[in-house]
Write a protein that binds this ligand. Structure first.
Ligand code: ZN
Length: 146
């Protein structure tokens, strides 16, 4: 998929956060995500040897904190002018499970493009498909609210 103006704006948002906030080895990548109604959320990674979250995961959490649970597009940008960084394997899996059709911006800065997360993770394990229906166990997601 080709880049829309809103995609370019999302890259700019992540780039700005990377420049402004990624100034130590604890925070080296920024991400920005947009909802279908145009709200933009950003986050930076929280590096730690125990497995701190990537910028994409922090951004998902930041969006959820504000009540946005339907993200349409996401991009991550590295510090020190590294440009757009594709999501790691763990983030691909989380993005696929949370937002099955989310668009992900990838590629070199002079040839950015948009792909669906499923294209980044073919023949993937789908978490929800492998949950055993046990009435004694409340649904982990999407059900048993209230
Ligand atoms: Zn990641």
């Amino acid at each position: 998929m080709s880049m829309r103006d809103t995609d370019r704006a999302l890259v700019q948002a992540a780039t700005a956060v990377a420049k402004l906030r990624c100034r130590s080895e604890n925070h080296t990548v920024a991400a920005a995500a947009r909802t279908s109604d145009g709200r933009v959320f950003t986050g930076v990674n929280v590096y730690h040897f125990t497995g701190g979250p990537c910028a994409e995961l922090v951004t998902i959490g930041a969006a959820a904190t504000q009540g946005a649970t339907e993200l349409e597009t996401i991009v991550a940008v590295g510090d020190r002018g590294r440009g757009v960084i594709p999501p790691c394997g763990r983030c691909r899996q989380v993005l696929r499970d949370y937002f099955p059709s989310i668009r992900v911006i990838v590629g070199p800065m002079d040839a950015l493009r948009v792909v669906e997360v499923g294209d980044l993770l073919p023949d993937t394990y789908v978490w929800a498909d492998h949950q055993v229906d046990d009435p004694a166990v409340p649904a982990a997601r999407g059900g048993a609210e209230g």
